[in-house]
Design a protein. Structure first.
Length: 312
């Protein structure tokens, strides 16, 4: 354990944070999920294994609800979180938290405080955001690893805001690949179970590329003007570039912090315009790339092949 405090936490608090990391790692969870666990415990108990007061016996609130919250995550032992001994064991309570958290749908596309809220059901869904920076600091210093997680209020899921960008390779025709391969999903009609159009055949209007996974570079496929850059109603990050000649390209699933251009910007072919994310209707970090010709989507793979670019 570190000799001094980390972000204001020390001693037993850091030991408890280490238990949280161990429980997450044993479940096979990545560093982002583990950091969400530390952030949540900071917001619930200040990383102190709370074992005092009326919650030892359960208290009936004025509205008739029962309170019996104990431990790092203030888990209610009387409402199905386990026995008092279990919720007071840092490793077991952390395991219970992560097991519940793993049931949150599309959690990789949610901001960390949103994941914590859906697991804990805090009255204020943004309660945990202010603990994100401290959680990142604690995780990095305890593990001795640069996590690559962003500082900020917890809205940023991938690192890199303000960091260096990488140019892509441009061919003699002035075209560039929008992202690295391989191809994860192709253009065409498909079913989309479990999402908005459940059970309906719909057009997957682009090609999905791995694009370096989370925080990988996204490049403008051709010189043009940015006509949209932001999040739409379902939380999907989108950049649209107008290249003239009735050609537009669209780039989807960046987080807000991964959108590196603004409306009106003139971009060059191969210029990095974004960082790969998993926002909106997405199950993991990737780039959904679309080509629109005369206002309608076309299959990006043969179109890009015609201009000398092989996707993937």
């Amino acid at each position: 354990m570190p000799a001094g405090p980390i972000a204001g936490y020390s001693g037993e608090q850091l030991v408890n944070a280490a238990y949280i990391l161990k429980a997450g790692a044993d479940l096979g969870l990545g560093v982002r999920d583990q950091t969400i666990g530390v952030m949540t415990a900071m917001g619930e108990s200040s990383l102190v294994n709370v074992n005092y007061g009326d919650d030892l016996h359960g208290v009936t609130n004025p509205d008739g609800t029962l309170t019996c919250s104990l431990g790092l995550f203030q888990q209610q032992w009387c409402l199905g979180w386990g026995t008092q001994d279990e919720v007071m064991d840092p490793y077991i309570s952390s395991t219970k938290f992560f097991t519940a958290m793993m049931k949150v749908e599309n959690r990789d596309s949610l901001e960390p405080t949103g994941v914590a809220h859906r697991t804990q059901r805090n009255a204020n869904p943004f309660h945990y955001a202010k603990y994100w920076d401290a959680a990142v600091a604690v995780v990095e210093q305890l593990s001795g690893v640069d996590t690559g997680l962003s500082a900020g209020n917890g809205n940023q899921v991938c690192a890199g805001e303000g960091g260096a960008t990488l140019p892509g390779q441009v061919n003699d025709g002035g075209w560039a690949t929008p992202g690295a391969g391989p191809v994860k999903s192709q253009y065409g009609m498909r079913y989309n179970p479990g999402q908005i159009n459940h059970g309906q055949l719909r057009l997957h209007a682009g090609t999905d590329l791995a694009a370096g996974s989370c925080n990988g570079p996204i490049w403008s496929a051709r010189a043009g003007t940015v006509i949209f850059a932001g999040l739409v109603s379902d939380g999907t990050g989108i950049i649209t570039v107008d290249h003239g000649d009735n050609i537009k390209t669209k780039y989807l699933h960046m987080y807000r912090s991964g959108i590196l251009v603004s409306v009106g910007d003139k971009v060059a072919a191969g210029q990095q315009i974004g960082r790969t994310g998993s926002s909106g209707n997405s199950t993991g970090c990737h780039l959904h790339y679309e080509v629109h010709l005369n206002g309608k989507p076309v299959d990006p793979e043969p179109f890009m092949a015609e201009v000398g670019i092989k996707l993937g």
